[in-house]
Design a protein around this ligand. Structure first.
Ligand code: MG
Length: 307
């Protein structure tokens, strides 16, 4: 686990670095409060941090206060390191938002077990966050999370003058799978479909379970031709092989509606979803197991036939 140390005292900082590395932490170390604050603002900031209370720039308790006010990103567990160990100081530090404190000079064993307690909180918070944003059956993002990501990518595309793709997919005749083989088999098909699709997608693409047998993929910075090719690969990865289940092999196919925004074009989530839905509906109408693409304000551009 990565950990941020901020301490202006070089001796204390080096001692911390040495101990934490020995205990298996990946250490990021800075010597003042401003640098610590900057490090905590990074996208992939450490979730565990040891802050010295008295530091130039921002002091440890001020960083805590700002952290708790911003409520941005994942929870950061803060252990304040301080030579202020009076009861009032401790209350003030905890009220500022620290999770724990340790008096200077600290005892290595005590630090070790306190950090272990902090790591448990961070791990628990992470597990809850995953649970709240992921679909339990398929492991894909859940409806709320994938919509949030679509919204974020649309805003980014508009700001940066690039395109965004969205693919709405539906397993064809899925009700028949449930009716014929039972819901457990239906679940197995959904799980396998999500796994196959994840293997086809690029690293930056995100897959979400939109509803029952519907999935939504967001393709950040994706242009029309790429999106079309990707959608076609998604279609094939489902159609190519039946899914092996405890009830035997189950063949399935998907229909896909693809929307690509024009470069820097302003398009809201509702509009993208409505267009994707129309494209998907057209794919269904034309016989299923196919891709229908809509670009920007244009109407349907491409349809792929069945294998
Ligand atoms: Mg200090």
């Amino acid at each position: 686990m990565r950990i941020l140390i901020a301490d202006d005292d070089e001796v204390s900082r080096c001692k911390l670095e040495a101990l934490l590395s020995k205990w298996g932490y990946e250490v990021i170390s800075v010597e003042d409060g401003m640098l610590a604050w900057e490090a905590l603002q990074q996208e992939n900031a450490p979730r565990l941090t040891i802050l010295d209370w008295m530091m130039p720039g921002m002091d440890g308790s001020e960083i805590c206060r700002q952290l708790r006010q911003s409520r941005k990103g994942a929870y950061v567990y803060v252990l304040l390191l301080t030579s202020k160990v009076g009861k009032e100081d401790i209350v003030a530090g905890m009220e500022a938002g620290a999770d724990d404190y340790l008096g200077k000079p600290f005892d290595a064993q005590e630090l070790k077990v306190r950090l272990r307690a902090g790591k448990r909180i961070v791990d628990l918070e992470e597990a809850l966050r995953v649970q709240a944003t992921h679909d339990a059956l398929t492991g894909a993002w859940n409806h709320g999370a994938i919509i949030d990501m679509l919204q974020m990518e649309l805003a980014r595309a508009e700001r940066e003058g690039i395109s965004t793709g969205a693919v709405l997919m539906d397993l064809d005749h899925f009700k028949q799978v449930n009716d014929t083989y039972g819901h457990l088999t239906g679940d197995a098909v959904l799980r396998e479909a999500a796994q196959r699709m994840t293997r086809v997608l690029r690293r930056s693409d995100v897959l979400g379970r939109y509803g029952g047998e519907e999935f939504l993929v967001v393709l950040p910075g994706c242009e029309a031709l790429d999106a079309q090719g990707l959608a076609e690969r998604l279609r094939r990865c489902i159609a190519c092989d039946p899914v092996a289940t405890s009830m035997g092999k189950v063949s399935s196919t998907i229909s896909l509606g693809v929307v690509i925004t024009g470069k820097g074009e302003r398009m809201g989530v509702a509009e993208v979803l409505q267009r994707a839905d129309e494209a998907l509906y057209q794919a269904k109408r034309e016989g299923r197991n196919r891709v229908v693409v809509v670009t920007g304000s244009d109407l349907v551009v491409v349809t792929h036939g069945q294998d």
